[in-house]
Structures are given as C-alpha cells and as structure tokens.
Design a protein around this ligand. Structure first.
Ligand code: ADP
Ligand code: ZN
Length: 612
C-alpha cells in the first residue's frame, strides 16, 4: 500500500521565494526610494550642475539650497555660500524657482514607498502563504497552521497494497474480516436485506501479532482508502485539540467513503472514564467526541472503523456497547503452524538456502509474535551478510532466534572460571530435573555465552507441537524444573547466587496460579481466588478473596514450591554423576544440544568426573 501525503514543498522553496522578493525589492523599490531621498552634495557639484544646465527646480532657503536633477529627478541639497551672482546664473541655466520642493516631492511618495508598499507586500505574502498552507492541509475550514487537524495518514490502494495473503496464519481473524471486505465491495447487497454492518471492529491481541497489517489488508482487499491514526496522537498538549482532531478525521473519512479508518492503541483514548477529580479531561473529551461521531453516522455510509488494542478490558464500556465497537476480533499469538507460515512469508523477501526446515525453526521460536518472527528472519539475513554469504542458512535462523530473544552474544564479557562453572551447573540442573521427570530431551540447546540482554546462559526449550491443556502433574514438574537451577548450585557449591531470580518469579507465578486460578488445591476446590486483568500483556491478576484466605494462599504457595524444590534436589542428588558429567561438557564446550544431552544421560556409567 502506498502512503500518499499531500506533497510537501521543501523548505528551500520558501527560502527561494523570500530571496526573489528581496531581489525584486532591490531592483524596483529601492531606486524609487533613493530617487526621492534628499542627497546632500557639496557646493561645487551644485555650481557644476548650474553650468551644465541640468537643474530642473531650485529652492534657495536661508541655510540650505534644495534642487532637483533634470534627468534623474533626484533631489539634492547643499549649504548656502556667499555667492552673489547665484540667482542670475540659476535663472540663466533655466532652472525653475520653486517653493517646498522637498515637501511636495517627497513626503507623499515617502509615505507611499516606505510605509504603504511594504505593508501591501506583507499582506499579499501572508495571504499567499496561508492559502498555500490551507491547501496543503486539504480542508476548507482549516484553522491557522492546522491546529487541531487530524494528521491521519491516508493510504490509497495501489498494486503493492497489503492483502490477506500477506498476513500469515490468523485464519479466524481473516474470516471475520472477510465479511467487511465483502460489504465494502457491494454495500447494496446488505442494505437490500436491511442488514447494517457494524460500525466499529475491535482487533484485540498482544503487540506485534499483525493487527495493523490486518486492518491494512481489509482496505487492500476492498480497494478502499485507508486512514490510520494512533490513539496517542489524539491526546495532545492542548485541551480540545483531540476532540477537533476526531471531528476532522471523520469529516475526511465521510468524504472518501467507502473507506477504512484505523485507530491504533485505542486504549490511549478509550480507557474507562473513572470520574476521578483531576482526571484526564482531554482524553475524556476526545473519547466523547469519538462516541458522538460514531453515533452520528448511519450504519450504511461505508465508513468502517477498525481499532486495535492489547488491553481490551481497560476500555470504557461505552465504547464497546452495541452500535459502536460491537464486534471483537481476537488476533492471538501464532501457533506452531502459524509461526511456520509467517516465517515462510518473510523468508520470501530474502535469499535463503533450499534445505531450511521452517518447521524446526518455528518450533524453536515458541511464543514469538509475528513481529518477532519477521525480526528473526531479518536478523538471519544480516548475519549472512556479515559472514559474506549470498544466502541465509538454517544456522543463521537458529542463531537469530537467540539474538532476538536473548540479545547478541557479548563478545568480550568473560565470565570468571568459577562463575562459568556455576552457570553451567545451574543450567544443567534445570535440564536434568526436566529430563528425569519426563524421560525426554528437555531442551533444544543450552549455551552459556553471556548475552547483551544480561542473561548468562540461554536454554532453548523444545516444544512438541502446541499444547492447550496442562495436567496438575505437568505444572508441578515445571515448578520443580524451575527450582532445578538453584538446587544444583546448592548441592554442588553449598552456596546460592542471584542467578535464580527469574526462576523464582516463574515458579511462584505457576504455583499461585495452580491454587488461585486452576482449582488444583485440595483446600479451595474449584473456587477462583484471582481474576486475570490483562491477559495480553503479561496477565496480571488481582486477588478476589478475603485477607484470611490470602494468608492461606500465601502459605500454600510457599509449601508447594518448597515441596518441588525438595523434589528437584532429590533428583539431582540421585543423579550427581550425570550432573557433573553434563556440566563439565557444557563448561568446556559452552554449548550442548538436546541430542548430546540425551546421549550423555543415557550412556551407561563407567567412570565419572569430579570437578571440585
Ligand atoms: P500490531 O499492530 O498487532 O502490533 P503489526 O501489524 O504492526 O502488529 O505487525 C508488525 C509486523 O510484524 C508487521 O509489519 C509484519 O512484518 C509482522 N507480522 C506480524 N504478524 C504477521 C503475520 N500474521 N504475518 C506476517 N507478518 C506478520
Ligand atoms: Zn535458572
């Protein structure tokens, strides 16, 4: 889709105009001014001009003589001298004797030239520029300098427009948006039956899942103009501007109907109005204006508003009630198949080796959003260039997953020997606990190369297809796995480090969710103790129970994590030799793959290493 803005004249253009004005002024106006300025000359020149008979008029006063040139019409003045024959000589030279030469000649012209002319030029220029600016803003009722104008970007359909085929996966979302495309193609079909399209459709999902892309694709498929604006752009410094921007956006859209209006981050204006004193007046005014506009136009005028948000629960109910944004299209993080398709779509834009297995890459990139996947492909291409290759290999893609998720390898950050050993044991601790519980390869790869993100090691988990349900046992095993890193440190070094802070957070979160949300504790049965607020942004939860229960929950969470921690320690103690062997391998090679891990684990024991 091509973005078309009214062509902006470069600044140099305006400088050019100013320059031309100055030149013209010098050429035409300055001579006039100069001509009517009184130039002071010496008496000799005066006498010479008398001789030449080139004086037109002359006025002899007590202290000065004023005279004009016949040819140039310039006014001169000079002092008086004791010059007895002057009057006669002047008379002979043909000069006219006049009174008030200066006043008759100059004041009027002076006033015209120095006062009125610049004023006229100024007004003319002002008019010219303001008309130019208005034209550029594209509105008839533009306020001076476009204050309060919506600077919505207008896209017009073009051959390179985005289509549904460019958006990989997200089949459900595409399906529900296809109806809108159909409506925009043939609104009559709908109005004949009396059906009216929803005015607003809310695209809901985590960041980077392709909401903007989908909105553009609807416009692209329907071949209609696309207005796009971000919610935060409405809320500006000046109170009232947001509302006038909304008004303007809609008046533009109505002119161009049928069309799509896309409002990104609608939560920036559509947050619940809480009626707090000192609340954000500007935001509320903007929201009210948006509601008014949406109510104001009839269902079938061809303007469809798509809005995107990743916090639907924070939206004002007024915005989501029927007749406004009453349709909700979930745009979720891609599943395994979706990830594979997205990778393929983006891989088309780069040169890539033929034997790349996108399925494996997609499996490694569990949890990545569309935007992250696009980024992964691009990182891989950059890596290929860095290594002077003409195409991207699977190794490039694998490395770039780590780069996008964990950051670049820190080339010069060297872990001390002891630290590296601790990290090796920590990571193997996690993996070994996981492997012993499930009897399968727990990881794709572990590396202990420090990353720019601050992570000292990185474990790439395997994901065998998508899982939607987890049993109680699986969650417990997961908690044990989280505690495995710390457990290894305790067993081997008898001391603990800060390296486990993220593990602790994750383990606690899972344990708490088991008790408060999944009904997996004996005491509380199937009672929800927590409600999830923010499912697309991390999933904060708020407690919905009494203080006593809260205490009880806290106690149970601690108990649960403790139990799993003990279990992890037991597993590692029982497999101490394997732990040493695997950690030694990782310590030396800095990388261990899932296959290498399983080979060592399943090898029949003969001799063992002892590192300490
Ligand atoms: P959102 O609006 O949901 O935050 P965007 O639509 O801006 O996300 O997506 C950002 C980028 O991520 C897109 O430009 C595109 O390159 C990539 N992307 C996201 N989802 C997909 C998808 N389903 N198919 C292909 N590319 C995608
Ligand atoms: Zn850890």
């Amino acid at each position: 889709m091509k973005e078309v803005k009214s062509p902006k004249k470069p600044l140099i253009y305006y400088y050019g105009i100013v320059l031309i004005v100055i030149v013209l002024f010098n050429l035409f106006v300055t001579p006039i001014i100069q001509k009517h300025q009184v130039t002071e000359v010496d008496y000799g020149k005066f006498m010479a001009m008398i001789e030449d008979k080139s004086i037109e008029a002359v006025e002899v006063e007590d202290s000065q003589i004023i005279f004009t040139d016949k040819d140039t019409k310039k006014i001169y003045k000079t002092g008086t001298m004791n010059d007895p024959g002057l009057t006669e000589r002047l008379y002979k030279s043909g000069a006219k004797f006049e009174k008030n030469i200066e006043q008759t000649m100059s004041p009027m012209t002076n006033f015209l030239v120095t006062g009125l002319l610049p004023l006229v030029i100024f007004i003319a220029l002002g008019q010219y520029f303001s008309r130019k600016i208005q034209k550029q803003m594209g509105g008839k009722n533009a306020m001076a300098f476009g204050m309060g104008k919506s600077n919505a970007k207008i896209y017009v359909p073009s051959t390179e427009g985005i289509h549904f085929s460019d958006v990989a996966g997200e089949d459900e979302a595409k399906e529900s948006l296809a109806e809108i495309v159909d409506y925009l193609h043939d609104p009559k079909k709908y109005s004949e039956v009396g059906a009216s399209m929803p005015k607003g459709v809310l695209l809901v999902g985590p960041p980077g899942t392709g909401k903007t892309m989908l909105a553009k694709a609807v416009a692209g498929e329907a071949n209609v103009p696309f207005f796009s604006m971000s919610g935060s752009e409405f809320v500006e410094m000046f109170v009232g501007m947001g509302a006038s921007k909304v008004r303007d956006l809609f008046s533009q859209a109505k002119e161009k109907a049928p069309c799509i209006v896309f409002i990104d981050e609608i939560d920036a204006i559509g947050k619940k109005r809480d009626g707090q004193i000192g609340g954000n007046d500007e935001r509320e005014q903007t929201l009210n204006q948006l509601l008014t506009e949406m109510d104001g136009f009839e269902g079938n005028n061809g303007v469809i508003i798509l809005a995107a948000t990743n916090r639907p629960e924070s939206l004002d109910p007024a915005l989501t009630r029927p007749g406004r944004f009453d349709r909700r299209v979930p745009v979720e993080l891609p599943d395994l198949k979706g990830r594979e398709e997205i990778l393929k779509v983006h891989a088309k834009k780069i040169k890539i080796a033929e034997d790349v297995d996108f399925h494996t890459i997609a499996r490694m990139a569990a949890g990545a959003s569309g935007a992250e996947l696009a980024n992964i492909v691009n990182e891989a291409a950059l890596r290929a260039v860095r290594n002077n290759r003409k195409f991207v290999t699977e190794a490039d893609l694998e490395e770039s997953i780590e780069v996008v998720i964990a950051g670049y390898q820190k080339k010069n950050a060297v872990l001390s020997t002891k630290e590296k050993l601790v990290v090796a044991y920590h990571e193997i601790g996690h993996a070994l606990v996981a492997a012993k519980q499930t009897n399968s390869a727990p990881v794709q790869k572990i590396t202990i190369i420090p990353r720019t993100s601050g992570a000292l090691g990185y474990t790439m988990q395997v994901e065998q297809g998508d899982k939607y349900l987890m049993t109680k046992e699986e969650i417990e095993n997961k908690i044990a796995t989280f505690t495995g890193g710390r457990a290894a440190e305790e067993i081997i070094f008898g001391q603990i480090t800060t390296g486990a802070s993220n593990d602790i957070e994750q383990a606690t979160k899972l344990a708490r969710a088991m008790i408060t949300r999944y009904g997996m504790s004996e005491d509380f049965d199937m009672v929800a103790m927590e409600t999830v607020n923010n499912q697309y942004l991390g999933g904060d939860a708020s407690l919905a129970c009494s203080a006593d229960t809260q205490k009880e929950i806290d106690r149970m969470v601690v108990e649960l994590v403790k139990k799993e921690h003990e279990k992890a320690k037991d597993i590692l103690t029982e497999n101490r030799k394997k732990l040493d062997e695997l950690a030694q391998f990782l310590y030396e090679k800095e990388t261990i793959t899932g296959d290498e891990f399983m080979t060592i684990l399943n090898k029949v024991e003969e001799n063992s290493y002892n590192l300490l």
